[in-house]
Design a protein around this ligand. Structure first.
Ligand SMILES: NC(=O)c1ccc[n+]([C@@H]2O[C@H](COP(=O)([O-])OP(=O)(O)OC[C@H]3O[C@@H](n4cnc5c(N)ncnc54)[C@H](O)[C@@H]3O)[C@@H](O)[C@H]2O)c1
Length: 346
């Protein structure tokens, strides 16, 4: 029996990942933690939890990773073999208005996780008749935002990422540095994943595609910066989940240069034009009968701080894990729209 601790389990990626692991495996127990904060609709987080709580091998704990005592107690009680840290204050724009939660959840919270991983090797507990060996693999969420305004495309893990343009990005880059230090000092096998704009059913309402959808449904005009002449490496949730599962199964083996520390981009590797993306989204909403007429689009100039393109170089993930994102954009958006219709019109 393998035990996986997932933080941020009521979140978009956490809940989708937990559900997939529990459906695929009958020898894995998932201990899910989330503070169910109200950064966006808490009912959506509870709905996601409902999709997984019927699995016997799922344990949910409402708790905050900034609570060091709680985090250590969880490790002592459940002895996780694998830890996947997805809990974080997400969102680039929000970090301008509410910087505090980025420091507490993303920096202090992650530090608590690292400390608990470090001390897990001293627990030497008997758990379900076997001696607990401590955390075998720590996987944590980083972000494409660490690339800041780098102009070289595609974004490669070999590029310099020293110039974040938001506090959110700075916390994610800090996580990579903290993981590096802990991995070197205490030989914690760790893999950081730089996610690129994840979309799909039960996604995050604060993200642009979700907001556009809600505006279109209300019949409001939508505002598109740089006339939609931007590109984003949109990545479908199932491809992300598939990538994380592949990573879980292969913890880093000690290497001369990096030790037990690894970083990967995880994206589709196929940037899409924003206006094209919105047009497909609109087509899907029309064909599902969620809206019944085309929406007026206000084309505006480029916004300060926005980047023209995000484009993931995913060759390392392809080489090391045979990662192969396969979702077609039209199909991915159609699945999102079907979920949206079902969720909001039930
Ligand atoms: N979705 C994307 O496109 C994307 C892109 C880049 C990076 N990421 C990163 O991936 C991770 C998951 O993203 P997501 O889209 O699922 O976000 P999400 O906001 O849906 O999920 C995060 C979850 O963590 C929980 N949480 C936040 N702070 C917490 C704390 N202190 N203690 C316990 N729980 C806490 C929230 O309640 C939420 O349910 C995050 O670290 C995010 O920064 C996501």
């Amino acid at each position: 029996m393998k035990r996986i601790l997932i933080t941020g389990v009521a979140g978009f990626i956490g809940a989708s990942l937990a559900r997939e692991i529990l459906s695929l495996s009958n020898n894995t127990e998932i201990i899910g933690v989330d503070n169910l904060n109200n950064y966006y609709d808490v009912d959506l987080k509870k709905w996601r939890l409902k999709q997984i709580e019927h699995f016997d091998a799922f344990i949910f704990i409402k708790g905050d990773i900034t609570d060091k005592v709680l985090v250590h107690k969880l490790f002592e009680k459940y002895c996780p073999d694998i830890v996947i840290n997805l809990a974080a204050q997400a969102g680039v724009r929000h970090s301008i208005e509410q910087p505090d939660s980025y420091i507490s959840s993303n920096i202090v919270g992650f530090y608590n996780i690292l400390e608990a991983c470090r001390h897990s090797y001293n627990l030497k507990k008997i758990y379900k008749k076997t001696i607990y060996q401590g955390v075998q693999h720590l996987i944590y969420a980083s972000s494409s935002s660490v690339y800041g305004t780098n102009e070289k495309m595609p974004y490669s893990i070999d590029d310099k990422v020293d110039c974040p343009v938001s506090l959110y990005a700075a916390t994610k880059k800090s996580n990579e540095l903290m993981a590096y230090a802990y991995s070197k000092l205490y030989c914690i096998p760790s893999t950081g994943l730089r996610f690129f704009t994840v979309y799909g059913p039960a996604g995050r309402p604060d993200m642009a595609y979700f907001k556009f959808t809600s505006q279109m449904v209300k019949g409001e005009n939508i505002q598109i910066y740089n006339s939609g002449n931007m590109e984003r490496d949109f990545t479908y949730i199932d491809d992300i989940v598939d990538g994380i599962i592949k990573v879980i199964e292969n913890r880093p083996i000690k290497d001369k240069k990096e030790g037990y520390y690894r970083i990967y981009n995880i994206g589709s590797g196929k940037p899409q034009n924003l206006l094209y993306f919105i047009n497909i989204l609109e087509e899907c909403l029309l064909s599902e009968g969620v809206i019944n007429k085309n929406i007026k689009k206000e084309l505006l100039p480029m916004q300060l701080g926005d980047v023209f393109q995000t484009y993931a170089d995913i060759k390392e993930l392809e080489k090391d894990f045979k990662f192969k994102p396969s979702m077609d954009l039209k199909e991915g958006l159609s699945r999102f729209v079907k979920w949206y219709k079902e969720y909001y019109t039930k």
